[in-house]
Design a protein around this ligand. Sequence first.
Ligand code: AMP
Ligand code: MG
Length: 497
Amino acid sequence: MDDFSPNGLERTATAPFPFDNSYVRLPDRFFAKLAPTPVAAPALIRLNAALALHLGIDAARLETKQGVAMLAGNLVPDGADPLAMAYAGHQFGNWVPQLGDGRAILLGEVIDRDGVRRDIQLKGAGRTPFSRGGDGRAVLGPVLREYIVSEAMAALGVPTTRALAAVTTGEHVWRDLPEQGAVLTRVAGSHVRIGTFEFFANRGDVDGVRTLADYVIARHYPEAATAEQPYAALLNAVIDRVASLVARWMLIGFIHGVMNTDNMSIAGETIDYGPCAFMDFFHPATVYSSIDTHGRYAYANQPHIAHWNLSRLAGALLPLLAVERDTGIAVAQAAIDRFPAQFGKAYSAGLSAKLGLFEMREGDAELAQDLLDRMAENKADFTLTFRGLSDGDAAVRMLFGDPTAFDVWAGKWGQRLLEEKVAPEHRRAAMRAVNPAFIPRNHRVQAAITAAQTGDFSVFDEMMAVLARPYDDQPGAAVYGQPPKSEEVVHKTFCGT
Ligand code: AMP
Ligand code: MG
């Protein structure tokens, strides 16, 4: 803790953020200290008051002119220790030894109402020593996309970074065309990535790897500290969390789009929403990212890529796993080899729940796969199919190009349901709690962005209200539940930077 200062009380009375910073106490080579670069004309788009409350942040103060200046990077709030984090990463499989926060600045950390430490970061806050060729800025469309999708994920119950606020900057940012600048205030369990470990490992900085591992254990995996082999326990715990996270993505039709190792949180949160999207009709090869030309990060590839990324983490941790290199490799390999089973368990259990099965029996995996195959062949909408099954809606069959393909499957499913004595109402409630009615459909996200670009944020606000209750029926919000008409389909999302 900082020394007591006589005006300490006054500071906490006026500062909107009750900062309690830890990353800045790590060695200097972990980051570059610098303040955000001010912008011309900050204007608040939206402040997430519910999240602010949970974080112990004074939302009313953030809505003032001074508060908005803080959210735009024009004013450094009391207690902040602004810095850009150093990291590296594998991008589309290629090693990049130095990335780092090129346009994000960590203001500091707060402890939320659950006692969890959370980062407060400004994304789009100006150039840093890690900017390489970039301008350090973010533009309105991608900022809103991240706001919408990350908050939707949180409401769906999927571990994720959050959006505390979005502001426009009153400046143009040059992409292919001039675009409106914006800054997102992002909240994360931490911003440590697999690429942060790779950064130190690649430099042969074993002390750095160890210091980072100790920090991550203390912050995210305290149970590993008392394990017989704390670093092996850390690796295994990260593998479990990532396996569970990616299973959650698969079960709601989410495609991250840029699963580079620098975009994989060590805490197992979904992070770095770029060209991400939710599938409408089911197909395993679905890709939205305009830069993912080979489909590396296609829907069905996500578990394999997570496995590959975790192998990079294991490699970075190698010097900590054992004194002897061969022993370290054996420990790492054993950990990594657990991934398919861990993922499979989480995914199968999730699929069973989506089908309303309370017990896991032989043949269930095949039953679920058979449905997915028929959905893919018949271009059935992923979300509506499962929601319709939950409600016993006879119209589900009409989601299939050939409705009889559904009928055949439904016969088998019906037989399987009979094997469990579960009250229909109980089953229905359980299924509705895992099969959402509302996801941030790509064409609706695009519509909210397009309206916002003309200064109309009402579509964005309306959409946020619907997505806050994804498992509830919302009769007035039917348009948000529907897949796009053929002329509304958005095939590509851009790696909007
Ligand atoms: P991303 O693809 O958003 O995960 O970013 C990959 C790397 O590029 C990270 O190091 C970012 O900080 C950096 N980066 C992305 N956009 C910009 C930008 N406009 N200016 C500076 N750095 C950027
Ligand atoms: Mg990134």
